[in-house]
Design a binder for this molecule. Structure first.
Ligand code: NAD
Ligand code: AKB
Length: 315
């Protein structure tokens, strides 16, 4: 019997992942947890527990006493927030991973999902169709933590047989909860502003191309990777994954098709440097070959769905 714990379940990915996991494995089999005291409204259909991943003893006791089989570890500081608090970002992003990897090493967990990011790449990485295996010299604390995490995941698999799986997510776009402090957040914020006041001041420049993905694709990829047979998973660091790539200016053109009065202005800030260090597009042929990945949402579909569904009262 599968018993799943999602840590960091109150965030942009976690809230949607919990719902999909509950659809698939049953409401009572998927426990959501987060450092937030209140269960976010979107996931009140099943069990919720307030859990701080940095409280190692409590996390260990909770996982062991409840006989969880699978953990999805999502708690982290994202790129922009991490640059403002590098010491804490390193602590949060790394310590929690070791707590969970060690539980699996000791035989208390069967499977772990831990997300990586396109932030593992850096300014010296080839920018177009960035390969799975290439130069990786991340220049942000977030990227350094994700790259180190990938190395440790692969190490725990090789050395101790820990079944840990990971994806280098691109920027994720969704409307159910607001994003949590990343460099790609502009591609979510823009829809709220477009709907609310038909204008948006973008913190990246007009021609900053970045890899992006619609959340439904990302959640499907995550569950497909976790459900794939063990032998199919050839990469134990993290898989490159691609949805679509676009610039703020290309995104604006598509929004204008729906809201002709929409106007964008540009005031690049510290996040521009982060974005400039990341790939423009990703080669995800390993994910396609190993476990059959294929995206469903292109830029046009994303814009249609987002404009129809964002609730601009939230901002
Ligand atoms: P988010 O910031 O929206 O959510 C993170 C959640 O973790 C929040 O609900 C927060 O309350 C919780 N959290 C923070 N500290 C905690 C602690 N000490 N204990 C327990 N929970 C804690 O982030 P997200 O966008 O959902 O990202 C989840 C993971 O996916 C992160 O590891 C992130 O690096 C990765 N990722 C996200 C994206 C993206 O575009 N959203 C892209 C690449 C990788
Ligand atoms: C961020 O911008 O920090 C995240 C990511 C791509 O990891 N969305």
């Amino acid at each position: 019997m599968k018993k799943i714990l999602v840590i960091g379940a109150g965030g942009q990915i976690g809230s949607e992942l919990v719902l999909q996991l509950r659809n698939r494995f049953g409401e009572q089999s998927v426990v959501a947890s987060d450092v937030k005291p209140e269960c976010p409204a979107i996931i009140i259909n099943g069990p919720y527990f307030q859990l701080d991943i940095l409280n190692k003893e409590e996390v260990r006791n909770f996982i062991i006493s409840n006989s969880f089989t699978d953990v999805y570890l999502l708690a982290a500081l994202l790129s922009a927030t991490a640059e403002k608090n590098p010491d804490f970002a390193w602590k949060l992003n790394m310590e929690g991973l070791f707590t969970i990897l060690d539980l699996a090493k000791e035989g208390y967990l069967k499977k772990i999902f831990w997300p990586s990011s396109i932030a593992v790449f850096g300014p010296t990485t080839p920018k177009n169709h960035t390969p799975q295996y290439t130069i990786m010299e991340p220049s942000t604390v977030y990227g350094i933590s994700k790259q180190a995490g990938e190395r440790w995941c692969e190490y725990y698999f090789n050395k101790f047989g820990v079944d840990v799986r990971s994806i280098r997510y691109p920027g994720l776009i969704s409307y159910t909860s607001l994003p949590g402090g990343g460099t790609t957040d502009y591609a979510v914020d823009i829809f709220y502003r477009a709907k609310k006041e038909a204008k948006f001041n973008c913190f990246l420049s007009a021609d900053t191309e970045l890899p992006m993905m619609y959340m439904e694709d990302a959640i499907r990829a995550t569950i497909e990777l976790m459900e794939a047979p063990k032998e199919a998973i050839k990469i134990r660091s993290a898989y490159n994954l691609s949805g679509c790539s676009f610039t703020p200016s290309q995104l604006t053109d598509k929004i204008v098709d729906h809201i002709p009065t929409f106007e964008i202005t540009y005031s690049p800030d510290f996040r521009q440097l982060i974005a400039d260090s990341w790939p423009k597009s990703i080669d995800d042929s390993h994910a396609r070959n190993d476990w059959g990945w294929k995206e469903k949402f292109d830029l046009e579909k994303i814009v249609d769905i987002m404009l129809e569904n964002v609730n601009s009262d939230l901002i």
